[in-house]
Design a protein around this ligand. Structure first.
Ligand code: TXA
Ligand code: MG
Length: 359
């Protein structure tokens, strides 16, 4: 299949033509990648069983992992969900369009291939003008997972989508770099109290300020064999770079010392090593391929750079990655959730490592 790459420009008439093409393609059961404010999505008509099935094939995604249905207008909900609880309505007022996905009880019309066989459906109204236009042009219901090959970091730029999807999908709409960089917060509104299934830009605190108590799926931060997370997608080790990744936590000084020691060892073994540092520590690492993902005082920038940095390490052929760790306050919760998944929960305590003479 030839993948058409459309660069969206300032010229309104041209964009309108591209949006119409994308909408037509989706209506005919095709696959179109487009930007949202979180990450690039790989869209298909959510109400077309066959079209949604194609997404799994293009991504190499397990078919029990349900998709998020993207809508452009609140009135679109009625057709696909059984009920819209008061708290969900309040969240939609406060955060839609925006990086929040709500799990609701589905109606018959939503096919199994979209929801992975579940009786609930995840719905989101993205806050991106191009995404909203494309959804409207496609008839109002677009299933869109992140537009990466399953197992790779989510795409935050159109070139990332091209890397993974060239030849596998009909169209890629290039709308530039995304604003947020990590996927939407998912909250299950089919249970009471509502439960966060995936942390994101909309934090626990923001949700609680809006609707009162929300719980956090306990399986999220401490993944064990017994506790499977409620969002099927969260159980897979995805967001993963090709290299083996470890997170080092502890005081800044110990972390830097321990990472430098590991790097020295790896280099002696002729391994290519990458380091995920911050603006504050960037110059403390004399060896290895060092990348800063931003300043510790600015977690929004860290979130936006995270996946791109992981992809850059892949491209450089890095075999081992050492990452600093981050405070799990507000956005830090989402950042650490993604880092822990990328590292397969491989965490090293720096103080212990220094004491235990692992080095
Ligand atoms: O920011 C985002 O949400 C992006 C953009 C493209 O909108 N999309 C995205 O989709 O991250 P995806 O497929 O990569 O992640 C969807 C997550 C998976 O973890 C899946 O298991 C969960 O949502 N999910 C979908 N439907 C669900 C349901 N009915 N119940 C529980 N979890 C569900
Ligand atoms: Mg994804």
């Amino acid at each position: 299949m030839k993948t058409v790459f459309l660069k969206m420009g300032a010229e309104k008439t041209m964009n309108a033509e591209y949006i119409k093409n994308a909408g037509d393609c989706l209506k005919q059961g095709g696959l179109v990648a487009f930007p949202t404010e979180t990450v690039y999505g790989l869209g298909a008509d959510a109400l077309n069983e066959k079209a949604a099935e194609k997404i799994y094939a293009a991504k190499g995604r397990p078919s029990d992992n349900p998709l998020i249905v993207h809508i452009a207008e609140l009135s679109a909900l009625e057709k696909i969900v059984q009920d819209f609880p008061e708290k969900a309505r309040k969240l939609s007022k406060d955060f839609w369009p925006g990086p929040l996905t709500m799990v609701l009880n589905k109606k018959e019309i939503v096919p199994k291939s979209t929801t992975g066989g579940l009786e609930t459906v995840a719905v989101r109204m993205p806050n991106h003008p191009l995404a909203l236009e494309v959804i409207k042009a496609a008839g109002g219901y677009v299933a869109a997972p992140s537009a990466n090959t399953s197992g790779r970091p989510s795409p935050t730029r159109a070139c990332h989508v091209l890397e993974d999807m060239d030849g596998k999908i009909d169209m890629i709409m290039d709308g530039g770099e995304v604003g947020i960089g990590i996927e939407s917060t998912i909250v299950d509104m089919s249970v009471e109290p509502p439960m966060i299934l995936r942390p994101g830009y909309i934090t626990e605190e923001m949700l609680e300020n809006s609707i009162g108590e929300v719980l956090m799926d306990p399986a999220l931060m401490f993944m064990t064999e017994e506790k499977a997370p409620k969002a099927p997608g969260m159980k897979y080790k995805h967001y993963a770079p090709k290299g083996e990744m470890k997170i080092v936590e502890g005081s800044r000084q110990s972390v830097v010392a321990v990472i430098n020691n590991f790097v020295t060892n790896e280099l002696e073994n002729h391994k290519k090593v990458g380091i995920i540092a911050t603006d504050e520590t960037y110059t403390c690492y004399p060896k290895g391929l060092v990348k800063s993902i931003g300043s510790r005082s600015d977690d929004k920038t860290i979130a936006r750079n995270l996946y791109a940095v992981l992809r850059e390490f892949d491209e450089a052929g890095v075999e081992s990655i050492y990452s600093e760790s981050f405070e799990e306050a507000s956005m830090g919760q989402a950042i650490m959730n993604r880092l822990l998944k990328a590292a397969g929960h491989n965490v090293i305590d720096a103080e212990q490592a220094e004491l235990g003479g692992i080095l």
